[in-house]
Write a protein that binds this ligand. Structure first.
Ligand SMILES: Cc1cc2nc3c(=O)[nH]c(=O)nc-3n(C[C@H](O)[C@H](O)[C@H](O)COP(=O)(O)O)c2cc1C
Length: 310
């Protein structure tokens, strides 16, 4: 307890479909409360007015693409909140290199404007393996609300990108997470989820010292993020193409309309042919030129590792 018997209040707010991100955050909360039982932790889920059913169907999955990319958000239900929080932990997943639509929707509410103003925030991401651009967008949204981003923790699905390119969509479209053939289990490794309590424990120590009132990161040196330098260019290129295609798909019609579904079909065929041709070619070219780009890649890696670092 802080001097004068003041109990610090933490809000953990998130949106999770399968419950994976929810488990990640509840393990963090366990570490926090274990170390510092005087902390009061409110855990709240963001609830969109119209739910996004999970598992997804193919067309529902791609129908949210344009709105996710252009940060349109969606109507969300008001969240039951206390009057004051000392720290906010915002958990979000990434949808098409952008924060998940319900999280964007919540950040666009009046309730969020009041909640986040001037508040220290820690973001926690659980996604396949591409969160860099999503976090850039999140930084802009939080800055718009006047929040202070102290740390970022990012957990990604187990296995190499080549494998998760199959295991993550299989999981999202069927609900199946099990390993099969030579593919690993889908989602974040259990060990990574279980060891999330280390962030909670560190946070408890930092809160004791009122460090959340400063601007420095609280979670350095704990492996908060692991930026894969090989994916930086891919994300940037993909996002540029996402911006164009999201406009085309939107222009084709309202969500779930026949017009939109036709353009989505064309887009996915285009995307698949790109993945099968341009991506391997790009990987080969990058391997050849990477000795020349080492410096710029490592500069970009250190940028995206901020604020918490490895
Ligand atoms: C519509 C949609 C798009 C997604 N796009 C990405 C993406 O661009 N990058 C990424 O790393 N993961 C992506 N994912 C995976 C999610 O970030 C997340 O790992 C998964 O949905 C499980 O989260 P949950 O806790 O909500 O179940 C996407 C998931 C969905 C449903």
């Amino acid at each position: 307890m802080v001097e004068g018997g003041y109990v610090k209040k933490i809000l953990i707010i998130y949106y999770s479909q399968s419950g994976q991100l929810e488990r990640i955050l509840s393990r963090l909360a366990q570490g926090l409360e274990w170390e510092k039982s005087e902390v009061q932790c409110d855990i709240r889920a963001i609830s969109p007015v119209e739910s996004y059913p999970y598992p997804w169907t193919f067309y529902r999955f791609f129908n949210v693409f344009p709105e996710a990319v252009s940060l349109d958000g969606c109507p969300v239900r008001p969240v039951d909140l206390a009057d004051h929080y000392d720290l906010i932990i915002l958990g979000y997943t990434v949808w098409f290199l952008s924060p998940a639509i319900p999280v964007t929707g919540f950040l666009q509410t009046k309730q969020a404007a009041l909640l986040f103003k001037g508040k220290p925030v820690i973001t926690v991401i659980g996604c396949r393996d591409m969160w860099l651009i999503g976090q850039e967008k999140m930084k802009t949204l939080l800055a718009g609300l006047g929040a202070r981003l102290l740390d970022n923790v990012a957990l990604t699905d187990q296995g190499r990108s080549l494998y998760t390119f199959v295991t993550t969509p299989r999981w999202l479209l069927t609900g199946k997470k099990d390993s099969f053939w030579f593919f690993p289990r889908a989602g974040v490794a259990e060990e990574e989820i279980q060891t999330m309590d280390r962030f909670g424990k560190r946070l408890a120590e930092a809160l004791d010292r009122d460090e959340e009132q400063g601007d420095g990161p609280l979670l350095s040196g704990l492996g908060a993020v692991n930026v894969n330098g090989k994916l930086i260019a891919t994300e940037r290129i993909a996002h540029r193409s996402f911006l164009i295609w999201s406009k085309l798909i939107k222009a084709a019609g309202a969500p779930y309309s026949a017009g939109r579904n036709v353009v989505i079909t064309i887009y996915t065929v285009f995307l698949l042919s790109l993945v099968l041709t341009v991506v391997p070619m790009n990987m080969l070219i990058r391997r050849l030129v990477s000795p020349l780009c080492k410096k710029s890649i490592s500069r970009a890696v250190s940028y995206y590792e901020q604020p918490s670092g490895r």
